[in-house]
Design a binder for this molecule. Sequence first.
Ligand code: SF4
Length: 491
Amino acid sequence: MIPQRRHLQVLRESTSQEDDDHFRDECGVFGIYGHAEAANLTYLGLHALQHRGQESAGIVTTDGEQLHLHRAMGLVQDAFSEQQLAQLPGRVAIGHVRYSTAGGSHIKNAQPFAVDYAKGSLAVCHNGNLTNADALREELEQRGSIFQSSADTEVLVHLVAISQEVSIEDRISNALSRVQGAYSLLFLTEDTMVAVRDPMGIRPLCLGILPGNKDAHVVASEPTSFDLIGAEYVRDIEPGEMLVIDAAGLRSTKLKDAQSPHFCVFEYVYFARPDSHFNGRSVYEVRKNLGEALAREHPVEADVVIPVPDSGVPAAVGYAAAKKIPFEMGLIRSHYVGRTFIEPQQSIRHFGVRLKLNPVEPVLKGKRVIVIDDSIVRGTTSRKIVKMVRDAGAREVHLRISSPPTQWPCYYGIDTPTRRELIASSHSTDEIARYVTADTLGYLSLEGMLTAVAGPGRPSNGFCHACFSGDYAIPFKTNVSPKKNTRLVGV
Ligand code: SF4
């Protein structure tokens, strides 16, 4: 007889969103053309982009005649075994990491998408969101298209397949002329890789090259992913630019409808790794500048400046330096928090947030503390952090945020709550300060943020800032939800 096992009681499943109250980047893309270890290098590139999506990962390669695809749920390291990578032959590969919310977390929505159609095989990876995807999907379904997923990206595959153009670049251009929204895309056919960025350049995409192999081009969401594979950054792919890479080399063309650039300012504030750079601006330096600007706009007498790690660190460095107040690590972050955990039945104060952050009492006890974070979304985590700092003995807690209040959802490829859930959409700064129980609260102004991000002497009008201002550059139907599977996380 098999002895009955006693199990701990699993009280609830936590996601990385819970007790980490941030907007979430939804995807990262990586591609390489012309290297014998294309799949392995793509695996490493995706590993470096893991912060852009943790729920699924996939790679498709071509051996010149056929596409080979593997995709799975989970982190990059869990999605691929050595054997699975060995079954992805060829010198060209594209890959994808994806974040999604609970309802949308399904292998059928994992990318790359790969299909066979009348002209051959086609795979695609997408970072962004197509704002007219629902209307296009309806139209395509009316004429007989059958969809395998609920992802907007699949619309593109169908549009390329039905295009009457001949070359793959013309088919893709033709398909993109029908779509609106934000996209950084990688396409792969049996012999060609295509990288394209939307006309406003909302989501990032950059080009690199492997030294010693001038034909080995790499394309990725962030240049920091090049470092791990020894590739050299060449340049950002321009808004509305299409790069076609095949046996004839690399050629650049422009999509027809050029528009003024609107690069996502939140990439600088939070999404991108601090060791990345875009448009010639180091993300780390920009975040420090945001902290300096915050210090100028919202000074306060204090004994110590501490960041909410990791994302608040550079801004806290900038704030502390600007005000000549000591910088300390008053909160320590655990880097080993998984998606699911067993919660003890006996209540532990700040249990959820304590999984990720723990206070350093000697840094905080008896001090007037300035806490620097990059944003407040619902306010629930800020409230727990302020309480944790106070419970550790802080005399005063002053919360400073290195971006303006997030009042609007993102429709351009970022996982955000509905407007109702964004605390700043319905509460003043004073009300939020009271809710999070901070002695004072200060947000960086929109002008302050844009000036700091643009850098000295550079125009500050080339950015999307819709989630702060409500100024949406690309239209969308008002009944369209920013994402289909909003998860409401309670207080
Ligand atoms: S709305 Fe905000 S998060 Fe979305 S693209 Fe614009 S700046 Fe980025």
